[in-house]
Design a protein around this ligand. Structure first.
Ligand code: ADP
Ligand code: MG
Length: 238
């Protein structure tokens, strides 16, 4: 298996130093090239789980194995995209994408690589624009290009389109599908939207709260009607 999430538990301490269980018994195996949504209500631990896979948060127990190595810290094999694009406001689009590449390659190579992925997200005409000159959806496309340009095997996306209007989100869904088909990335996509998860992914992991755990593991087999999946899922609010 490409990604192995092995019996992850996570506790946080509250202000009285009492342990709060946020994740329990999380076991999940993901194959290379799968597009997996992690779906669940706010507060069920989706972001915490993704952050543990990213190596940004330490689990209380359990382990993460990605491509046969144990995860102990962030790595360039795992690109991250968050709800907020978090671009450097003082750098233009091209510079934002080349910034993390500069340690890895020459300036010329970094620019070529960045341009290739900016073309993939249809931003070739905005290379010299600054983040404040772009819409929210365009900023998110820059963030996706920045993550892809490091050429990670895995994309970890935490509600990347959550802050966008419906129309923009729907356009970006199309672009993400194309990217997935063209690049064969393994994608873990966190969302609280049932329809988004059904629209995009191969497989939906449904999480519940108190404490966060996996309730269902559903293979999406389109063209089965989407409504049918909705009915099968347990009490998740859109
Ligand atoms: P989701 O992304 O599904 O909305 P989160 O992973 O952000 O959920 O949070 C899960 C639970 O863990 C929430 O109850 C949240 O308050 C708690 N939590 C998250 N991060 C921390 C932290 N750094 N310290 C304490 N509690 C936290
Ligand atoms: Mg979250």
């Amino acid at each position: 298996m490409f990604i192995e999430i092995n019996d992850i538990q996570k506790q946080f301490l509250d202000k009285d130093n009492k342990a709060i269980n946020v994740l329990t018994n999380i076991d999940l195996k993901v194959e290379k090239g799968e597009f997996v949504s992690i779906l669940g209500p706010s507060g069920c631990g989706k972001s915490t789980l993704l952050s543990i896979v990213a190596g940004l948060t330490k689990a209380t127990s359990g382990e993460i194995i990605v491509n046969q190595s144990k995860v102990t810290k962030p790595g360039k094999d795992r690109g991250m995209v968050f709800q907020q694009a978090a671009l450097f406001p003082w750098l233009n689009v091209l510079e934002n994408v080349t910034f993390p590449l500069k340690k890895e390659m020459s300036k010329k190579e970094a620019e070529n690589q960045a341009k290739k992925y900016l073309q993939m997200v249809q931003l070739s005409n905005y290379l010299h624009h600054y983040p404040h000159e772009l819409s929210g959806g365009m900023q998110q496309r820059v963030a996706i290009a920045r993550a892809l340009a490091m050429n990670p095997d895995t994309l970890l996306m935490d509600e990347p389109f959550g802050a966008l209007d419906e129309q923009t989100r729907s356009r970006l869904h199309g672009q993400l599908e194309t990217i997935w088909t063209e690049t064969k990335k393994t994608i873990l996509f966190v969302t609280h939207s049932i329809s988004e998860s059904i629209k995009l992914s191969d497989r939906i992991i449904v999480m519940g709260t108190k404490p966060g755990t996996i309730l269902q593991d559903i293979k999406v087999d389109l063209p089965r009607p989407r409504e049918q999946y909705k009915k099968e899922m347990l009490e998740i609010e859109e």
